[in-house]
Design a protein around this ligand. Structure first.
Ligand code: ZN
Ligand code: ZN
Length: 138
């Protein structure tokens, strides 16, 4: 089955990633389960699966595109950096905020995503704070 193939591939890839220094960031999993379970459920994130699927179906192409309608989580971001290095392909992930170009273990966003998030949150807070007041003035 296709999905079995993807999970098996992710397992193998995970081993290589660990050897290369990857550590699953279990903080991103909210369920109250033990570390091993956490590591497992992280593996099931759609962007990791989509990337594994893309790698398995490369057909000679040198890049993979993954689209996600939510923001990519920190662990997947980290994991995909390792994947791009191990597999030697460019992985382009479009999440709710921006494009991430993963190549040779680095991402184009240089992990600035968190700053963008903070800026967005600040902006929203400012709008929320200024909203009623601005209405009152006009
Ligand atoms: Zn994730
Ligand atoms: Zn990025």
């Amino acid at each position: 089955m296709e999905s079995d193939k993807i999970y098996k591939f992710l397992d193998e890839l995970g081993e290589k990633m660990k050897l290369a220094g990857y550590k699953p960031e279990t903080d991103y999993v909210l369920q109250d389960v033990d570390q091993e379970e956490k590591a497992k459920s992280l593996c099931n994130h759609s962007e990791k699966l989509a990337t594994a699927f893309g790698i398995l179906n490369l057909n000679g192409q040198s890049s993979i595109r993954v689209f996600k309608n939510l923001r990519i989580c920190g662990d997947c971001h980290n994991a995909i950096k390792y994947m791009s290095k191990i597999v030697g392909v460019t992985i382009i992930v479009r999440d709710s905020l921006r494009f991430h170009h993963f190549r040779n273990g680095y991402c184009s966003c240089q992990d600035l995503c968190d700053l963008v998030i903070i800026a967005t949150l600040l902006d929203l807070t400012c709008k929320a704070l200024s909203g009623p007041t601005a209405k009152g003035i006009s």
